[in-house]
Design a protein around this ligand. Structure first.
Ligand code: DGY
Length: 322
């Protein structure tokens, strides 16, 4: 019996932990997503699945896995897993909180700076041999960050790490929305808890750091973009479906906002038609956690959760209560 199904290739350090614990696993070395029928066959005897966010782990998978005890997602987000279905079946779901906090906050700032200073367009201009010398009215005049207002939607670990960079590193004013006020962040970085509509109206930059839930799906539609400043820049490193991407394209085309920096997309891996054509959009392919150190930490955390549960202990990072 194969105890653990590892749906894609993961780091050797994570595999080593399973080996040390004497656990038996099947590792999808092809590193291509398993189809539903393949997954159903693979999980038939499994006690654990180590999944990536490209795997849809829903009731159809769980029903094919009568011995399943834990689904360990190699991601902090777990919207690829039907957590309610897992809870009903007594299956623990774990994630990797903290592993990618700084890395994702860095990427949010990469996107803030790249959009504010037209870095991608300027790089293309240079490579095309179009630079003919310094001009006062250079083609890529941007905006500076100091003194500007950053609105953070979701003040968890990553939102807080972005706030720290903004307030301490770039002397920005920081507003935030969250399910509850964060007095520690307010004290440490002078950030201010405001209503969502105040954040939309007052921010020069808005950066999204909230999980994808039924409540946050399409949190940003044309109505929200209409409330933003026409000079505002919208950044999303959280989850694509938080934004109605067709509306974002429309908002950019109509000049309702000035630009966008995107790491995530509503229908990954596809970006909505029209996005790529806009010069005021910087797009990267879901690389928020893409440093070797972070990805290794994520894989190791997932393996640690599996080892813990399969040796009869409590999971280290449960997302459901059983
Ligand atoms: C996560 O961990 O949820 C990230 O989106 C992976 O990059």
């Amino acid at each position: 019996m194969t105890q653990i199904i590892i749906t894609r290739k993961i780091f050797d350090e994570a595999i080593a932990l399973l080996d040390e614990a004497g656990l038996d696993y099947w590792h999808n070395e092809d590193d291509t997503p398993l189809s539903l029928p393949e997954m159903q066959v693979r999980v038939a005897e499994a006690e654990s699945i180590i999944s990536l966010l490209t795997d849809r782990i829903d009731a159809q998978v769980m029903n094919a896995a009568p011995h399943l005890k834990i689904i360990a997602n190699v991601a902090v987000g777990y919207d690829n897993i039907d957590v309610a279905a897992a809870t009903e079946r007594g299956i623990i779901v774990t994630n990797t909180p903290g592993a990618m906090t700084e890395c994702t906050a860095d990427l949010a700032f990469v996107l803030i700076l790249a959009t504010a200073r037209h870095i991608v367009a300027a790089d293309a201009f240079m490579r095309a041999g179009k630079f003919e010398g310094w001009e006062l009215f250079q083609p890529h005049l941007g905006v500076e960050l100091v003194g500007k207002t950053l609105g953070i939607v979701g003040m968890g670990r990553i939102g807080t790490a972005v706030a720290r960079r903004a307030a301490l590193g770039f002397q920005m004013n920081v507003l935030y929305t969250a399910s509850s006020p964060k007095p520690e962040a307010e004290q440490a970085f002078g950030v201010k808890h405001v209503s969502f509509s105040d954040l939309l109206r007052q921010s020069d930059f808005i950066s999204v750091h909230t999980p994808l839930t039924p409540q946050t799906r399409h949190l940003f539609t044309i109505d929200e973009f209409r409330q933003m400043k026409p000079s505002a820049i919208f950044i999303n490193t959280a989850r694509g479906p938080i934004v109605k991407e067709a509306d974002l394209v429309q908002a950019l085309a109509q000049g309702l906002i000035a630009g966008a920096g995107l790491d995530v997309y509503e229908e990954e891996p596809i970006a909505h038609p029209g996005l790529a054509e806009r010069p005021n959009v910087v797009m990267v392919p879901h690389i928020g956690s893409a440093t070797t150190e972070t990805r290794r930490r994520m894989a190791v955390m997932a393996a640690q959760n599996v080892v813990s549960v399969l040796s009869g202990k409590r999971p280290l990072n449960p997302v459901n209560r059983l």
